[in-house]
Design a protein around this ligand. Sequence first.
Ligand code: NAD
Length: 390
Amino acid sequence: MWPHTDPQPATVCLRVSMLFNGVYRGRRVLITGHTGFKGSWMATWLLELGADVAGFSVDVPTSPANFDASGLRDKVRHYEGDIRDRGAFLAAAREFKPSCIFHLAAQSLVRRSYTSPVETFETNAIGTLNVLEALRHVPGIEAAVLITSDKCYRNRDWVWGYRETDTLGGEDPYSSSKGCAELIYHSYYCSFFGRTAGLPATATARAGNVIGGGDWTPDAIVPDCVRSWASGDPVVLRNPHAVRSWLQVLEVLSGYMWLGASLLSGASGANGESFNFGPPSEATYSVERLVSEFGKHWAKASWNVRPMHDAPEAQLLKLSCEKALAQLSWRTVLSFEETLALTAEWYREYLSGSADMFEFSLDQIRRYQRKASQSGLPWARSPEVAWQAV
Ligand SMILES: NC(=O)c1ccc[n+]([C@@H]2O[C@H](COP(=O)([O-])OP(=O)(O)OC[C@H]3O[C@@H](n4cnc5c(N)ncnc54)[C@H](O)[C@@H]3O)[C@@H](O)[C@H]2O)c1
């Protein structure tokens, strides 16, 4: 399922640099939230593609963290700062002079948003405003992808997937703050950017329930399993029947980066648009099913159910991803089982204590790229010349 034999290194090197139409090779890319789960994987992947990568984050949000396990502090230009501080962010952007920005920095926890609503709104809504201000005032930025969430929609607990045109909203402060970020973005796009030549091309990206190695988020199901099972305890399931569209981290990042590539090329009409990224609509599974599948990769995996009602969460949340398929030819390539196998493989390697996790992550990225290429996805298609050995 996951072949480990790589082509000759020189072949791989030439091929990967042409992925995503080769737009990231030699390009200056700034990631906000690069110390977090998704941001650290994105930094790793962009380095592999030959980008000059910088990151802006307030802290390393967990311990352990993929950012530390992969030694990324020494591999990218690291700006420590608060996205709520507009001056600090503009100064970092002016110094680094990115041509592309991926904005991922956020207070990303629903449960924490109930105890820290002001911090959540300031970070997620005003933080996005500050990134948009940088797009207005820092010369040379060609494109930006702003990451919000599947939770930006008003949740109706219905069986259909939300479409990009559905009503924004969200009852808890986290979800609402992501809806606010979308509204602020729309205003800036209409008022300051539009499709005027020479101004940054921009889009927002909405996804949810991302899983993969290197995530140590508190109160998230996969990290909860790893923490419990690594110490021989049963994991506690708070919401076993909640149904979600689980998405491997490389799948969602391929969507963000292909969207960025489309904006940079100016060809796709993605400018000013929002895109959902997720698995096919039939690929939804309960928390309990996920734990049972993930548990197959562990010697001892058990769980207890203990419902909690202090921070209500939707029971069913699905996205319609037909727009990404139609306009970007983007779709997922991993099955549910492969998603969990890849995730478990990373944690087992980390817990074995002997691995270089940066190299291990690169190996997962290369295998994923190969599978996407074999599946015919345009972002993973390389020109013929790029496949020749050198
Ligand atoms: N992981 C998921 O399943 C998921 C689902 C939907 C949306 N998202 C969104 O994707 C993005 C990345 O998610 P993640 O899981 O990697 O999050 P994470 O919590 O692992 O990382 C958050 C990052 O933001 C930074 N950050 C937080 N507050 C900041 C501030 N005030 N100033 C500067 N940096 C700050 C942190 O230092 C960290 O680098 C976030 O916008 C999140 O809301 C994630």
